[in-house]
Write a protein that binds this ligand. Structure first.
Ligand SMILES: [Zn+2]
Length: 245
């Protein structure tokens, strides 16, 4: 199968690269049927997400918060990694230094087989006690919401809510990977939410070849070396086919 000149150019850079960093956002999960956080598809319209998904919203009404969150969690439990996740997991095996930096909380990269994943916004499957910090991981639907710790306090998901800061250690590592990589991919992210939106620019400033894969043009598009428009699954599979030739 012949590839477009853009894909050939991406492959040429990949074949010379030692370290790769990949930023992924809601667009890559959308290809697995997961609705976006803000939900322009209307699924979450009945909830005022920006008020609800804050620490204040959660503590004010844990039942309401968890009804909303558990519905999202169940959608993620049912979802399966798509060809984009699988291609990235496959690619990881080909490079000595390959990192996925994700804004998604659905663990689909890990479920596809990726080992080096930095979760900027945490994940939906780890929950912890708001009083004593006791943590547990569950990939099953919760029998009741909100979940309670044995100590009696309500538990919360290990995700970054609106108005909360990102984990500094993970963010620092993400920037380190962005600065040191040879090729940086920005996939399925609108590239408008900071600080994650700085990552591709930081990569480019430090000499990386910058590739964007998205269905739409984004504010990042004019800064990239190549913008590939379309479904991430199809594009990454073409890249992989071409590399393996
Ligand atoms: Zn507890």
């Amino acid at each position: 199968m012949s590839a477009s000149p853009e894909i050939e150019e991406v492959v040429r850079h990949l074949l010379r690269a030692k370290s790769i960093a990949v930023l992924t956002g809601a667009g890559i999960s959308a290809e697995s049927g997961i609705s976006t956080f803000r939900g322009k598809d209307g699924l979450w319209e009945k909830y005022d997400v920006e008020k609800l998904a804050t620490p204040r919203g959660m503590y004010a009404n844990p039942v309401y918060f968890w009804e909303w969150f558990e519905e999202r969690r169940r959608e993620m439990i049912k979802a399966k990694p798509n060809p984009a996740h699988l291609a990235l997991a496959e690619m990881e095996k080909m490079f000595p230094d390959f990192w996925v930096i994700t804004q998604n909380i659905d663990r689909l990269h890990q479920r596809a087989g990726s080992k080096h994943v930095l979760e900027l916004h945490g994940n939906a499957f780890t929950i912890y006690c708001t009083r004593d910090g006791y943590r547990m991981e569950t990939y099953e639907p919760l029998p009741a919401v909100p979940p309670f710790c044995a100590c009696g306090a309500v538990m919360r998901p290990d995700v970054v809510l609106f108005e909360e800061m990102l984990n500094e250690e993970i963010l620092a590592k993400a920037f380190e990977k962005a600065r040191s990589c040879d090729v940086f991919f920005s996939i399925g992210t609108s590239a408008v939410v900071y600080p994650a939106a700085y990552l591709p620019l930081e990569a480019k400033r430090n000499g990386a070849y910058l590739v964007e894969i998205n269905t739409d043009e984004t504010p990042l598009s004019r800064h990239v070396d190549v913008a590939l428009s379309g479904k991430a699954g199809e594009i990454l599979q073409k890249v992989m086919e071409h590399i393996q030739k």
